[in-house]
Design a protein around this ligand. Structure first.
Ligand SMILES: [Zn+2]
Length: 503
């Protein structure tokens, strides 16, 4: 049998016996073997038929243990990472082990302490399971595939529990967010529909700048930002929202940035994939971040729309497209970091390093040492590579990556798990860094009104992070000490840095 771990970690691998999975489970009731009456309390009901849901199949292994199969991306069986499903009809104190058995990747932050997210009806805020209840190991029962097992104890019979790979961020949430911004009638925030996806969802384009910069004939310095080309990379949306929230705020830095720059933001490049609960692909199974060279208006309409706009701006002598940043999430690295391009021109190459260096000074979770520059052939169809080749020497194109799991603050070794708020804070710091890059700091004092500095927020956020570990949470009453069940070798605490990983 083929050795699954030898496949490139992001490239996915063949489906094997998962080809029986056609869609998400829908209120799927697991009854004890041989029993065919009405379900009793404790006969678990699994569901993933909701927006961004993903669970393809459930198999009961024993009274306590269930094998769970991720539904592959639509029209592309090679990608199986994102999961998001509910469980109900539980009994109080019911203990279970869930095994996610068909990941398409082998390297994972599960070895470094990452854990699935959980919430329930009565506790609607997402939280991570305690890492001690999570095991990631090579399993002989599943053709030596890597399996992630977690132990869980249900504690409230009436609750519906939801489990996910990372904090979900749906298309509908995004639309509501933009609707609420639009209702504020800000004269420096504009929303337009740049195109539609294959399933007719909106491709939104935001413009944030002072109205003077949009006057006929005005020269524009443009920062172009995109997100969620890979739909399972939900942290991308939180970072992007952090950028937008900051740029539309009354913070003196935001006001100066709006006066000097035009921010064009397409926060969700793959709305169908997000809606469907895919990890990497569009409805039709395309990894859109490999089609920048020649996007088709019918197969990759959102990418086609964005590329057309960028090329049009590039050809407009009044417009200087200075930055392109595409936001992703990374499944094996810690921290935020960037990928940039390699240029023959040494001075251009050096100048390209300035923005990530400044960001590293502003954001404690951003790592310049993990930032790397490359021109791998496999990445030729990415936005960063394509636009790096198209645009002239005054433009900089980056991929901004942020870990699905955690960051390590300089001088320490402890991994701090990302929260939704911490992802948004990275976004605020990205926005703020343009002030340093363009040396606009002296202008801030001129417009400044007394406001708490960002630094204070950081101190506060840090204080929140230092709350006691979540060991008092009721979810923790699980049977961690009894597992994992002798199914394989558990390996933890291995730090896997893989800068070559595609994004
Ligand atoms: Zn990505």
């Amino acid at each position: 049998m083929a050795e699954r771990s030898q496949t490139a970690p992001e490239a996915g691998n063949d489906m094997g016996n998962d080809d029986a999975i056609g869609g998400n489970v829908s209120k799927y009731i697991v009854l004890p073997a041989g029993y065919c009456g009405q379900p009793k309390k404790g006969d678990l009901i699994f569901d993933a038929c909701f927006e961004s849901g993903n669970l393809g199949r459930v198999e009961q292994v024993s009274e306590f243990e269930y094998d769970l199969f991720i539904r592959p991306d639509t029209c592309n069986p090679r990608f199986r990472v994102w999961f998001n499903f509910t469980v109900e009809n539980v009994k109080e104190s019911q203990r279970v082990i869930f095994n996610i058995v068909n990941f398409s990747k082998t390297k994972s932050l599960y070895r470094d302490g990452m854990a699935p997210m959980v919430k329930s009806t009565s506790r609607p805020k997402w939280q991570r399971l305690p890492p001690k209840n999570v095991y990631y190991y090579r399993c002989p029962d599943h053709r030596k595939n890597y399996v992630m097992s977690f132990a869980f104890c249900f504690d409230r019979e009436e609750d519906i529990y939801q489990f996910a790979y990372c904090y979900p961020y749906t298309y509908t949430r995004f639309q509501h967010y933009l609707d609420s911004l639009q209702k504020r009638n800000l004269d420096y925030f504009f929303r337009e529909q740049l195109g539609q996806s294959v399933q007719q969802r909106q491709l939104d384009l935001l413009t944030i700048t002072s109205p003077e910069n949009l006057r006929e004939g005005a020269e524009q310095k443009v920062v172009f930002i995109t997100g969620r080309v890979h739909p399972g990379e939900t942290p991308s949306s939180f970072v992007c929202q952090g950028i937008i929230d900051f740029l539309v705020s009354q913070h003196p830095i935001a006001r100066v940035l709006r006066e000097h720059l035009v921010f064009k933001i397409a926060p969700m490049l793959n709305p169908d994939g997000v809606y469907l609960g895919n990890y990497r692909c569009s409805l039709m199974g395309f990894d859109l971040n490999r089609h920048w060279l020649d996007p088709s208006p019918w197969a990759h309409p959102t990418l086609h729309g964005v590329k057309q706009l960028i090329v049009q701006m590039y050809n407009d002598p009044k417009t200087s497209l200075e930055f392109y940043i595409d936001i992703h999430a990374h499944s094996t690295m810690m921290n935020g970091f960037m990928y940039g391009n390699i240029f023959e021109d040494e001075e251009r190459f050096q100048r390209q390093a300035i923005f990530p260096k400044l960001l590293c000074q502003n954001a404690e979770d951003f790592s310049y040492s993990s930032t790397s520059f490359n021109r791998d052939a496999v990445k030729a169809g990415t936005g960063r590579r394509f636009l790096g080749g198209l645009l002239d020497h005054t433009s900089y194109c980056y991929t901004l990556e942020v870990s699905f799991y955690s960051y390590i603050i300089g001088g320490t070794t402890a991994a701090v798990p990302y929260t939704e708020e911490a992802y948004m804070k990275l976004g605020r710091n990205v926005a703020r860094t343009f002030l340093d890059y363009y040396r606009l700091n002296p202008l801030v004092e001129k417009v400044a009104i007394p406001m708490p500095r960002l630094r204070n927020e950081e101190v506060e956020a840090q204080r929140k992070k230092e709350k006691p570990p979540p060991s008092k949470h009721p979810f923790l009453r699980g049977p961690a000490s009894n597992y994992p069940n002798g199914k394989g070798d558990k390996r933890r605490s291995v730090n896997h840095k893989d800068p070559s990983n595609p994004f």
